[in-house]
Design a binder for this molecule. Sequence first.
Ligand code: NAD
Length: 264
Amino acid sequence: MDQVLAGRTALVTGSTSGIGLGIAKIYAEAGAKVMLNGFGKPEEIAKARAEIGALQGGGDAPYSAADLSKPEAVRQMVREAEAALGRIDILVNNAGIQFVAPVDEFPDDKFDAIIAINFASNFHAIKAALPGMKARNWGRIINVASAHGLVASPHKVAYVSAKHAVVGMTKTVALEVAKLPITCNAICPGFVRTPLAEAQVGPLAKEHGVSEQQALEDYLLDKQPSKRWIEVDEVAQMALYLVGPGSGGVNGAALSIDGGWLAA
Ligand code: NAD
């Protein structure tokens, strides 16, 4: 791959799994130094650090175990990334969780956790990382929102609210940096083949008394006209475009990658 990110540094949150790991890999392949963050089994985190580290020329990639539901931990992660990488050129706010229930049964603690991790952590990370970008006169911020940042589905009150808020925050930050060589954009994927999305198939099959394949087709991909999962690499390619050469005019956008969901 062309080293279009040679000399760049990136902090990617929630990068021990799924979309975040895919973005971290493609950035490292393109020559960036990347810091990882997220939870998981120690051996899986070690594997991800070694894999990304190898792409960066050896050693383990830097990693923060910050729990992004806690604002001070988010700020600490940004400080650690600035120390480990020298600076943060690219910030990808990707960490997220999901919980599904009707609004009148939705547990308060799950609501609070989704708002904190999927939404508020983006604010705390941007607030902490932006001064460095302004000082160096270059930066790229990507918030991984969702098709659910643009349209709703039942039983996802916290997730849909958080993702709509992420799109609003993306636009606000974009306007504030518009005259600088800094951009802030949101990526809005439909259903992507990751542990977060695949975990929704089993409960849907149970709820409707159908096979997992049937549940996938009837209750998840029913929204997605392409009738197939979006793959992690497809989202990573969009994230690479947004930080590579030639994308500086794209600012404040909420870019869909959803097999036609939003067109319907
Ligand atoms: P995933 O479960 O594979 O990965 C989520 C990552 O976030 C993991 O690394 C996890 O450890 C981390 N994380 C969770 N809670 C955290 C916390 N408190 N502190 C730090 N890290 C934490 O999920 P994914 O599908 O790759 O999701 C990544 C992002 O993409 C999320 O924001 C999600 O909402 C969004 N998204 C996913 C889909 C999809 O279909 N998979 C669609 C649209 C948007």
